[in-house]
Design a binder for this molecule. Structure first.
Ligand code: NAP
Length: 488
């Protein structure tokens, strides 16, 4: 009997999985997506100024490079268009099940039984969860949030019907998101107030447009495009990815560049002081922008560093007693980067619930699988992100690894495969040990850290990641021969 697959999520990793399954001649699969469209984070985030902080030529599937990106760092809408175009090109339309949220996935009698919101069901042999990392918006726990009389929305739920021109707009947060919104709005609004709890290090990376000649050149020459992909990949691997895991020379270079940016581009010493972080660069996700500081110095832009006391009908009251009156309030307050598959109720072998397996921490084996959850795989799962690197290549390497495990079943070598408890424990112990040498634990608060203070990132080099994803070490896996057999 042929095997059936369910892909959860129609974002970057879900589309990738569908393409690669089809490439192997596998047609019996569905891509379940709770929203009405594909695109994941690029569908959800439409805020003004949105662009990717990974260079365009790298932020694309390695097998589907695009020569005519408009800018060095692509605008969000262009990336969304790219994924829509790729899905069309690879004939994925018949496989999408939109508005179909998986509520429960239960492993019974050797197969995964899926319950989909609205009452439908499916039974599959493999689940590949491509549910993303930064998906669930974090709403700040600020008193009075519901009292605000103007428009108030999270940056990932931008309300495009809200007029902004000539309005008084407040933004809470100073992450990658807020720092892109500020320059995009500064010239449109009458007053922009940025509520900063923690200052950020900012690397002044410019985002020039590609000229028509450059685009024509990349379109005409796949070799040049590949060279650009290789160049930017190597650049990120050799700089950021090394700095965050402990290369002090590289980190000092980044820190110096951020400091110079502050000193040279923020004129007022008092504003500069308030924009200066008190932790190491790259401890939080490093911000790339050469437009943020200029925007912060416009006469209609105010930086507020007094803590927020509460939100009132007409604005934000800070602890110094000042009421900052606003028409619109944007919550650029980030995401729950640790929710992963949740709220899906995933029930593995013998009734083991993911909620229990992960009650203390999200512990996966090499980010892609979990003991007790046979034939269930994740892309960009726990500890996947590699310092500011493109998650697309990460996902591609993980999928190639996962498909080797899937191949064991398709080739009849076993009925099901899952990592062993012991191997998963060893991997997570090694992760925790390696985290001690990273910049993420040097004394800042960020979405990287889970509730135990452990960063949800990859603490080793990109080369090690590539090597670990090359081929599964079968000694680390439990393979069961028959549907009725159980794992150790
Ligand atoms: P974020 O980096 O988590 O930043 C959230 C911001 O909200 C922080 O400044 C945080 O302050 C603040 N905040 C949260 N709760 C608050 C509260 N109760 N009161 C006051 N301030 C509060 O979120 P993000 O900017 O959305 O970015 C998340 C990640 O998405 C990035 O790290 C990046 O990985 C990705 N991203 C990438 C791009 C890109 O490619 N260009 C763009 C956007 C996002 P504290 O620092 O004090 O906690």
């Amino acid at each position: 009997m042929g095997k059936r697959f369910a892909i959860i999520g129609a974002g970057m990793s879900g589309i990738l999985t569908a393409i690669k399954l089809k490439e192997r001649g596998i047609e019996d699969f569905a891509i379940y997506e709770k929203a009405a469209r594909l695109g994941g984070t690029w569908r959800d985030n439409t805020y003004p100024g949105l662009s990717c902080d990974v260079p365009s030529h790298v932020y694309a599937y390695s097998f589907e490079l695009k020569g005519d990106w408009s800018h060095r760092f692509s605008p969000g809408a262009e990336i969304q268009g790219y994924f829509e175009g790729v899905a069309r090109k690879y004939g994925l339309d018949p496989y999408f099940r939109f508005n179909s949220e998986i509520e429960r996935a239960e492993y019974r009698d050797g197969r995964w039984h899926l319950a989909i919101k609205g009452g439908t069901t499916d039974v599959v042999d493999f689940v590949i969860a491509a549910t993303g990392v930064l998906h669930h918006p974090a709403t700040p726990d600020i008193p009075g949030l519901g009292d605000f009389k103007g428009a108030c929305f999270h940056s990932a739920r931008w309300d495009h019907s809200t007029p902004l021109d000539g309005k008084r707009v407040g933004i809470i947060g100073t992450g990658s998101t807020a720092i892109q919104i500020v320059p995009a709005l500064a010239d449109r609004v009458s007053k922009l107030t940025l509520f900063q709890r923690t200052a950020q290090w900012v690397l002044p990376l410019a985002n020039p447009p590609y000229s028509d000649d450059e685009k024509a050149m990349y379109l005409a020459s796949p070799q040049s495009l590949q060279q650009s992909y290789d160049f930017w990949s190597a650049r990120f691997v050799d700089t950021f990815a090394r700095a965050v895991i402990g290369d002090q020379d590289e980190l000092h270079r980044i820190e110096a560049a951020c400091r110079t940016n502050l000193e040279e581009n923020v004129r007022d010493p008092e504003l500069r002081r308030r924009l200066t972080p008190n932790y190491r660069a790259a401890c939080k996700r490093l911000i790339m922008s050469d437009t943020f500081y200029p925007a912060m110095q416009k006469p209609n832009v105010e930086l507020v560093t007094d803590a927020i006391e509460r939100i009132e009908a007409s604005g934000v009251r800070t602890k110094d007693g000042v009421l900052h009156e606003l028409d619109v309030l944007v919550l650029a307050t980030g995401f729950d980067g640790h929710a992963f598959l949740r709220p899906i109720d995933v029930i593995g072998e013998g009734g083991l619930r993911l909620a229990d397996a992960w009650a203390h921490a999200n512990e996966a084996y090499r980010s892609v699988a979990m003991p007790g959850f046979p034939n269930f795989f994740m892309l960009v799962g726990p500890n996947s992100p590699i310092g500011n690197f493109s998650v697309i290549l990460i996902s591609e390497l993980q999928l190639a690894y996962v498909l080797q495990l899937v191949g064991l079943v398709l080739d009849g070598k076993c009925h099901a495969v899952a990592p062993s408890q012991a191997a998963t424990r060893r991997f997570n112990e090694a992760l925790r040990e390696a985290m001690k040498g990273t910049v993420w634990v040097t004394g800042c608060k960020s979405w990287y850290l889970d509730r135990n203070g452990n960063p949800a990132l990859w603490p080793w080099s990109f080369d090690r990641f590539r090597a670990e994803m090359h081929a599964p070490d079968l000694a680390d896996f439990d393979l069961v021969a028959r549907e009725t057999a159980t794992f150790r």
